[in-house]
Design a protein around this ligand. Sequence first.
Ligand SMILES: Cc1cc2nc3c(=O)[nH]c(=O)nc-3n(C[C@H](O)[C@H](O)[C@H](O)COP(=O)(O)OP(=O)(O)OC[C@H]3O[C@@H](n4cnc5c(N)ncnc54)[C@H](O)[C@@H]3O)c2cc1C
Length: 400
Amino acid sequence: MVNSATMEVDVAVVGGGLVGASAALGVAATGRSVLLIDRQQPTIDRGKLGIDIRNVAISPASQSLLATLGVWGELAVAAYRRMRVWEDRGTAEIGFSADEVQRQELGWITEVSPATVLLWSRLRAHRNVECLVGQSLDGIDMREDAVFLQVGDTSVRAQLLVGADGARSSVRTALGVQTTDLGTGQHVLATVIKTQRPHAATAWQRFLLDGPVALLPGPKPHLSSLVWSQSETEAKRRLALTDEAFADELHSAVEGCLGAIEAVDRRIAFPLIQMVASTFNPHPRALLIGDAARVVHPLAGLGVNLGFEDVLGILDGLRLAKDPGAPGLWRAFARRRKARAMAMVTIMAGFRQLYGLREPGIHWLRNLGVHWLDGAKPLKRQIINEALGLGPVAELLRRA
Ligand SMILES: Cc1cc2nc3c(=O)[nH]c(=O)nc-3n(C[C@H](O)[C@H](O)[C@H](O)COP(=O)(O)OP(=O)(O)OC[C@H]3O[C@@H](n4cnc5c(N)ncnc54)[C@H](O)[C@@H]3O)c2cc1C
């Protein structure tokens, strides 16, 4: 029953992380009214080394979305130009560089909380946007002609519901959407480190038997973000180490690629999940995007970029639509986005298995393969372009 206090909007977005906030801003720019619902207002969260512990790599495809949304110029980003990947039981290594695809950079690194705050400042100033903050989503009623939401004391009627409320999405649960879990069984330990040598705009990734360790170049030359996958037992043990002992272990894990580790920020660890929702369009008037739709191993550096691709797909889909929840409007979008997600989580699970094998024969073959790939310039170029979201496969699966 709709009462007089019901708020009417075209699109309701639940979750204002990087993906939901971008979706809300993009939809508002098409002239539609948007309600953004989040249980909290984002704030800038920086550690003792002066940057956020959560940093993400932004692909060129995502950069163009952020430019279209008008936030790119104000976003603090650090370009990265090279990536070096190697392992602990071999001599082969593979390098990727922006030069190989005639670009200035492979991508950019940005701090998550300042970027989210920037998007919200634009949302707050937008005449087509209302924000409901600090309240939880209490009920969803999907009907043929509209979606009804109960958010605290507020009743909402929307034409389309977009669930962007992260990996533990309550929208997904409320709509009864199952997930396929390709659990890694691992934990990730993340922090920021200060190193003796500058990172030289290079991302470093080393495959260890227990899981990959990655260093992403930060906004200052001597700061890098650490993302270290490992067993739960090891993560707990390493959380309890002193900064000095931790720095020693990390130094040997990355073979001192950036010299001595001079300082370590607060360390956090959490279970590493990989999952894909059974559908990204559980009702004609409901979409799941970002981590609510899929969570990919952070090794891929893809999570937020896949979410931004969802946003691009939504903006494409809305271009010609009169009713944003018209029957069948999102079917092709959902199918393609799910196919891309399945491909990525499967590749990541494959990497994990391949590098977890201990047999000497496999180890030898793997080194041979990596060595060959490093020299196979055209194939490497294709791989780089797909990873940047600029290749034909990424383009096909992005567009609805
Ligand atoms: C260690 C690590 C490193 C990573 N590195 C990269 C990288 O280099 N590149 C990359 O692309 N990705 C990376 N990722 C993944 C990336 O961080 C995520 O994919 C991305 O941030 C997800 O954004 P999101 O907006 O979908 O979800 P979230 O950031 O989780 O946002 C969800 C929002 O929903 C809100 N919310 C939750 N529940 C509710 C509710 N019930 N009601 C209302 N609001 C709710 C939350 O408050 C939050 O604001 C990394 C992830 C990790 C863990």
